[in-house]
Design a protein. Structure first.
Length: 313
């Protein structure tokens, strides 16, 4: 299966570049760049938590992602950095969103959860202005962290691009990333396909395949992998032929080192022989998304095979 081969090679790259996800001294700096410190670490934690949950313990990949998740937790000093972040930016939501990824895998810091609960009860927290998709993510982060959500999922969902069932021809890059994250939040990052409401599931069954094909044709590998993760998160995934062809195309774009470019082809920027054809920031997210999407696809295929044999999924 192409997805499995892509996953193994991509995970090799992630493991080899593990130290690039480490938090540096600027992680708590007032002028620190969150997108270069906490964002990569949080994405590593979320992907590893989801892959761990959807990969059997007997699978060698389970131990590998568990090790990466332990590494990510150690970077936060076993959660001690979250209260420090909150003291510096009380109403920033990204610390809770990163923490929620760990909490979903059983890594908890009671002290942070207690202080976060106090902040989450304030009007300032509830009234923070956010894009609808981000607000849905914060509501889910609150729930996963054991806090009382400040809003409802249906209320937040109705204000998102996907929730409005837009004309399919209005799909473009920003809408694509918004819709993938709506599905991730609704399904607990691929763990609960039943979280997608029936009308959204029907809509995505009709339009996901052409959107995916459009992104593949444009060599938008990062978004293509996110759409493949969405396909594996639906109550009824698309026809196997659709996703199998997509995985073959992603595999063809993957570099021999295991990295997947965000867009284009590696040979556009560097000779194929280089071990690191792109900068870390130009391929780490797309490579993580390849691991994530492939793990979900493999799990759904195995679930279907077990169901066909009368074995509980």
């Amino acid at each position: 299966m192409s997805a499995r081969r892509v996953q193994e090679a991509a995970l090799d790259w992630v493991s080899a570049h593990r130290d690039r996800f480490a938090l540096g001294e600027d992680a708590l700096a007032a002028d620190g760049q969150v997108n270069r410190t906490w964002k990569p670490l949080g994405e590593l934690a979320q992907v590893c938590a989801s892959v761990s949950a959807r990969t059997p313990r007997s699978d060698p990949l389970h131990a590998r992602v568990a090790e990466l998740l332990d590494f990510a937790w150690q970077q936060t000093r076993e959660g001690e950095m979250f209260p420090l972040m909150q003291s510096l930016e009380p109403f920033a939501t990204y610390p809770l969103e990163v923490y929620a990824a760990f909490a979903s895998a059983g890594y908890r810091h009671p002290g942070y959860e207690a202080s976060a609960a106090v902040v989450a009860r304030t009007r300032g927290w509830r009234l923070t202005e956010q894009y609808p998709t981000r607000r849905l993510g914060v509501i889910e982060a609150e729930r996963r962290s054991g806090l009382s959500p400040h809003g409802t999922v249906p209320g937040a969902l109705d204000r998102t691009w996907l929730g409005g069932l837009p004309e399919p021809w209005t799909f473009e890059r920003a809408a694509g990333y918004a819709l993938t994250h709506v599905v991730f939040h609704l399904t607990e990052w691929g763990r609960a396909p039943q979280g997608v409401p029936p009308e959204l599931a029907d809509y995505l069954r009709h339009w996901l395949a052409p959107w995916l094909d459009t992104c593949l044709e444009a060599r938008m590998w990062d978004l293509s992998c996110e759409l493949l993760a969405v396909a594996a998160s639906l109550p009824e995934p698309p026809e196997p032929a659709v996703t199998e062809d997509a995985w073959r195309r992603v595999a063809a774009a993957q570099h021999t080192c295991g990295a997947v470019p965000e867009e284009g082809a590696f040979q556009d920027a560097a000779p194929p022989a280089r071990d690191d054809p792109y900068d870390f920031t130009d391929c780490y997210h797309s490579t993580l998304m390849a691991v994530f999407a492939a793990a979900l696809a493999t799990a759904r295929r195995e679930d279907a095979e077990h169901a066909g044999q009368g074995v509980p999924g």
